[in-house]
Design a protein around this ligand. Structure first.
Ligand code: PEP
Ligand code: MG
Length: 327
């Protein structure tokens, strides 16, 4: 069946009825891009840039980061690359010294000074990264993605730093691409319930279902003892995901899912039925998802999910899932 799937590499990702779906890949380190190119993905939907900062004792310089981003952008040959800014903390910790001398992830819990909160607390580190991304954006289409946004203030602050990084580059007379879309990850329930407000400032959103599930259900995503409670099909999670997709659509903004839900073929149709047309996943999942989409009817799936979505009731999810997979 691997052989059968391989034949789908060059097939365009679309539904049975011809609706084009964008299947993108998640990467951690620049070398991962080789697999992405092999899988013929429509882009890199999530470059987890923090991996450039992990397992080392010093901070990567602007030039080092620039080279790393450029490598990925060039390899993708015109297909978009979404660089997520530093998402440190919780399960992703550093071994190096903080920008201001303090250990950067002393409060490294899932609810602590992590992710965008850390970047805003350490502007020098954030600015260095943004300058590197903007410089690399000269080599192909790039999007910046801000992780773990919770409120509008953080969003505005991050945007102000991005403007400042542009000014710094202009002062150095360094060429940079000015037209880089800036989006936010929706992975905190508070953000999921406020998408229209975020979209006044952001160009697009991407749903980080891994953290969204963790924060919605109060289940530590790396604690095995509560793994049985970590449920992507909990109606509260589904309502939030559906709400984000629908409100982005209403606002005319792009929305993708880049958490593990996007690469789970049990959930492909459910997400499609919610209106999702952009998935980003581990490259190893790409062909399986494509194969399923090729035999899925967009309209029929949407009708089915819309009908059930009124409440996403706890006792009706199993029935919905069965209906979706009757073909
Ligand atoms: C997520 O939270 O769903 C996500 C894509 O980001 P990460 O898994 O890196 O936290
Ligand atoms: Mg996350």
């Amino acid at each position: 069946s691997r052989q059968r799937l391989k034949r789908l590499i060059t097939t365009e990702a679309k539904t049975q009825c011809g609706r084009r779906i964008h299947l993108m890949a998640n990467i951690e380190l620049p070398n991962d891009v080789e697999r992405v190119v092999e899988s013929n993905a429509d882009g890199v939907g999530l470059f987890r840039s923090e991996f450039l900062f992990m397992n080392r004792k010093d901070w990567p310089s602007e030039d080092e980061q620039f080279e790393a981003y450029r490598k990925v952008i060039k390899a993708m040959k015109g297909r978009p690359v979404t660089v997520r800014t530093l998402d440190l903390g919780a399960d992703k910790t550093l071994q190096l010294e903080g920008g201001s001398g303090a250990p950067p992830t002393s409060s490294s819990t899932a609810l602590g000074l992590r992710s965008i909160r850390f970047s805003l607390a350490e502007p020098a580190i954030f600015l260095t990264q943004i300058r590197a991304v903007l410089r690399a954006a000269k080599y192909g289409p790039v999007k910046i993605l801000l992780p773990m946004l919770t409120n509008i203030r953080e969003t505005k602050q991050a945007l102000a730093y991005i403007d400042l990084a542009r000014e710094q580059l202009a002062e150095r007379r360094i060429q940079a691409n000015q037209a880089v879309p800036i989006g936010g990850m929706i992975e905190v329930p508070a953000a999921a319930l406020s998408v229209p407000q975020f979209l006044k400032y952001l160009d697009y959103v991407s749903i980080g279902t891994n953290d969204l599930i963790q924060y919605t259900l109060a289940v530590d995503r790396v604690d095995n003892q509560v793994a049985h409670l970590y449920d992507p099909l909990h109606p509260a999670v589904l309502r939030l995901v559906y709400e984000v997709i629908q409100s982005a659509e209403k606002a005319g903004a792009e929305v993708s899912v880049c958490g593990e839900m996007a690469g789970d073929i049990r959930l492909t149709r459910l997400l499609l039925g919610m209106g999702l047309t952009q998935y980003s996943m581990h490259p190893s999942q790409l062909l399986d998802v494509k194969e399923l989409l090729l035999k899925t009817d967009f309209e029929a799936t949407q009708k089915l999910v819309k009908r059930m979505a009124r409440g996403f009731e706890i006792d009706k999810i199993d029935a919905l899932m069965r209906h979706l997979h009757e073909e």
